[in-house]
Design a protein around this ligand. Structure first.
Ligand code: ATP
Length: 364
């Protein structure tokens, strides 16, 4: 069992206006793969480094299974790190690299061999154990680095962009391997990345981070379908959520060019909608939450195609709405030409609303 709790953690580097980590609280559940996702410079590596004991916090606490570890030396924290730079010893074989943490901890010889055997089988490294790092591909080196973390049998794994040195194909492959590995081992894993598709595919839950604070924590579906604010709506999804200026008009939302969209029913959002009385709203629609028709449909908005982006399995159609461009995801055979007229309908379940001033979601 390994629950990690960050409590009101802060770290400000000299000369920084905004702390790298700003009064941050977060709990990683036992056996969970939690991905911290955020743009470059948002403070995610600093958070991981404080958890590892490589960086000091100015304030706050970190508990592992209820016990504060903030004052412990890195080696006493019982957590294993996997970095972007694999940091393998070049003069040691893959076998000796994997065994190294057990050697320095004086684990008994027989136990060392048992753990090595298990990790090598799990990571498909059996035939590569005699090779030095220079004789291994990037993906193989990363598997050795994972092996070195696994044999320690730590309470938690900490991974800082461990896949970013790999090419796109290998990265996708290693993503699946890491997910399967963590599922098999059931070890709590704290994984840091700026890559939203990596976060979506790997995570049990994603913590979206910006400017030192957590913006939202939720399952990939929750953060995708119900972003807590505009930052999350734009950071997650490719292409991101369309965000359009809108005003309320009775039971409808009106977007530029007179597109009238039925407001989502009741719930928490209706009072806010009324309060905003016609101004100050941002309407959010994922590219797949808009139906595009090439023939006129009742109630649909006629609009002009700007350009299409075919992506093989889907097409992104860019449409001009006033001075804004809306992106719509369509089936691959739907290929309207630039300047064609198409008809747009917002799908009722996909309408999201944000306060235009604070950026916070109004929908429940
Ligand atoms: P990246 O994805 O680029 O690694 P990150 O989200 O991991 O970014 P951090 O490395 O945690 O971000 O850095 C957060 C902020 O703190 C940045 O503004 C960075 O410049 C600053 N920072 C990090 N380490 C130090 C340091 N040792 N001294 C001064 N400022 C630092």
């Amino acid at each position: 069992m390994a629950v990690i709790e960050f409590e009101r953690l802060s770290r400000r580097f000299d000369g920084q206006d905004v702390p790298a980590v700003n009064d941050l609280s977060l709990t990683v559940a036992d056996g969970e793969l939690l991905v911290v996702l955020g743009p470059s410079g948002c403070g995610k590596s600093t958070l991981l480094r404080i958890l590892a004991g490589l960086e000091e916090a100015d304030a706050g606490d970190i508990r592992l299974d209820g016990r504060s570890i903030i004052d412990l030396e890195p080696r006493d924290r019982d957590i294993a790190l996997v970095f972007q730079q694999y940091a393998l010893y070049p003069h040691l074989s893959a076998r000796d690299n994997i065994l190294y943490p057990l050697k320095v901890r004086n684990v008994a010889q027989a136990e060392r061999q048992t753990r090595l055997g298990r990790a090598a089988t799990m990571l498909n490294l059996d035939r590569l154990l005699a090779r030095k790092p220079a004789q291994l591909s990037g993906g193989e080196q990363q598997r050795v680095a994972l092996g070195r973390a696994i044999v320690r049998e730590p309470k938690a794994f900490l991974m800082d962009e461990p896949l970013s040195n790999l090419d796109a194909k290998l990265r996708t492959h290693m993503r699946t391997e890491i997910k399967a590995l963590v599922q098999d081992l059931g070890t709590t894993t704290f994984f840091v990345t700026h890559d939203q598709s990596e976060a979506m595919t790997l995570a049990d839950r994603i913590a979206v981070m910006s400017a030192g604070t957590i913006q939202q924590v939720g399952t990939p579906d929750e953060v995708y379908q119900h972003p807590a604010n505009r930052f999350v709506a734009e950071f997650i999804g490719s292409p991101p959520m369309n965000l359009l200026r809108a005003r309320a008009d009775g039971d409808h939302l009106v977007v530029a060019d007179g597109w009238r969209i039925p407001a989502p029913p009741g719930g928490r959002q209706r009072p806010s909608l009324d309060a905003s009385s016609g101004s100050g709203l941002t309407l959010g629609l994922r590219p797949e939450a808009i139906r595009l028709s090439q023939t006129a449909e009742p109630g649909a908005l006629a609009a002009e195609v700007f350009l299409t982006e075919p992506l093989g399995s889907e097409v992104i159609v860019n449409i001009r709405l006033g001075d804004e461009i809306v992106k719509v995801r369509t089936a691959p055979e739907v290929r309207p030409a630039p300047h064609d007229t198409v008809w747009l309908t917002a799908l009722p379940g996909g309408v999201r609303l944000f306060d235009r001033v604070t950026g916070q979601a109004l929908a429940g």
